[in-house]
Design a protein around this ligand. Structure first.
Ligand SMILES: [Zn+2]
Length: 118
């Protein structure tokens, strides 16, 4: 699948084995040079869910310059995966919200509007 993150589109696939640059096998990998995210398809669903969150956060960390340490990425991704996995009512509600097509935003503020106040 293609995943839009910021202005980029990452190619995301589950694959039989994920090999990092150092030759080590890992559960997932997010590469900025070719905009790919790979998730190890083996293992249980909880690990895969965690890997999805982890690699998406790796991409966000890079693109938006959060400057998170790897320990922080691990903690945030694991925490989000756990909360969403163990609260199906919450994930159902979030899915409903994501599907809403008519999102209400506040009024646009233009430069002219700001000038009128002065
Ligand atoms: Zn990582």
């Amino acid at each position: 699948m293609t995943v839009k993150i910021g202005v980029f589109r990452y190619d995301l696939k589950e694959v039989p084995a994920v090999i990092a640059k150092d030759g080590l096998e890992c559960f997932g990998l997010c590469r900025q040079d070719d905009l790919t995210i790979r998730i190890d398809e083996s293992g249980n669903n909880a690990r895969k869910l965690n890997s999805y969150f982890h690699e998406l956060l790796e991409a966000l960390n890079f693109l938006y310059g959060f400057d998170l340490t790897h320990a922080q990425v691990i903690g945030i991704a694991s925490g989000m995966a756990q909360v969403l996995q163990e609260n199906p009512e919450l994930t159902n509600r979030l899915q409903e919200l994501w599907k809403l097509k008519h999102v209400q935003y506040g009024p646009m503020i233009t430069l002219e509007d700001e000038d009128e106040d002065k």
